[in-house]
Design a binder for this molecule. Structure first.
Ligand code: NAP
Length: 235
């Protein structure tokens, strides 16, 4: 039996990933920062609930202890993520972004990944086939952001792409430093969720597919890569 924790799984892509992995036979922990939203989602899905705010050491450590006491962990999906949104769903661009906005996005999207991975690593290292999936973004790709022929080029925000580029760098460094763990970054695609005011063009079912695929890779699977549904992406 494979046991999987998904952070930020009370809604959106994380919630759908939980649904698909449960269907594939995983025992899934829905990590959520709000107990009520998390419990309801876990009940709906047939998952376990664990309180976990990725920006908060105490809840992350308590979650790791609870999961350890319950039998351990094989797969960690770092999915929780935020974007800064202003009026009319706008994102602050180069002229407006502040250090505080940047810090708040990095706190969840970057430091949250490190905080949760660090806390759960001792459990993962006891698994026969440990896997980490970091939910990145197409906007993490410096190749795409700097290519005027790529749609990602026109995204004006600063904090969110930078945070996901950092997630990609963390993924590469972790993969080298932890050769027994399969660790990959994935781009789920532009998806209709609260993160973008439901302006995305894909469904959560489509978005979860690559996350599920990378969550199910075996010990011979890739590590230190960056993938979307169609294959490897340029950094
Ligand atoms: P979403 O519907 O807004 O879901 C985000 C989830 O993260 C929610 O469950 C939210 O919980 C949770 N979360 C936020 N901060 C948290 C914290 N401090 N601790 C624990 N959970 C926290 O967005 P989504 O689109 O599904 O995003 C999921 C992931 O996909 C993110 O990493 C995002 O960057 C990535 N992504 C999304 C798209 C897209 O087009 N949607 C594209 C590429 C990548 P609450 O309900 O409590 O807020």
């Amino acid at each position: 039996m494979t046991t999987t924790l998904i952070t930020g799984a009370n809604k959106g892509i994380g919630h759908e990933t939980a649904r698909q992995l449960i269907a594939a036979g995983h025992t899934v922990y829905v990590g959520a920062r709000d107990a009520e939203r998390g419990r309801l989602a876990a009940e709906r899905l047939g998952a376990r609930f664990v309180l976990l705010d990725v920006t908060d050491d105490a809840t992350v450590e308590a979650a790791a202890q609870a999961v350890e006491a319950d039998g351990g962990l094989d797969v960690l999906i770092n999915n929780a993520g935020v974007e800064v949104r202003g009026e009319g769903n706008s994102v602050p661009g180069a002229a407006d972004v502040t250090a505080d906005q940047m810090r708040s996005v990095f706190d969840t999207n970057v430091f949250g990944v490190v905080r949760v991975t660090h806390a759960f690593l001792p459990l993962l290292l006891r698994s026969a086939a440990p896997v980490v999936v970091n939910v990145s973004s197409g906007l993490a790709s410096l190749t795409h952001l700097s290519d005027p022929d790529h749609p990602g080029h026109f995204y004006p925000g600063v904090a969110y792409p930078a945070s996901k580029t950092a997630v990609n760098a963390i993924t590469v460094q972790y993969a080298k430093g932890l050769p027994n763990v399969r660790i990959n970054a994935v781009e789920p695609g532009f998806t209709k969720t609260d993160l973008n005011g439901n302006t995305g063009t894909q469904t959560v079912e489509q978005a979860a597919e690559i996350i599920v695929r990378m969550a199910r890779i075996g010990p011979d699977g890739p590590t230190g890569g960056y993938f979307d549904a169609y294959g490897p992406l340029p950094w």
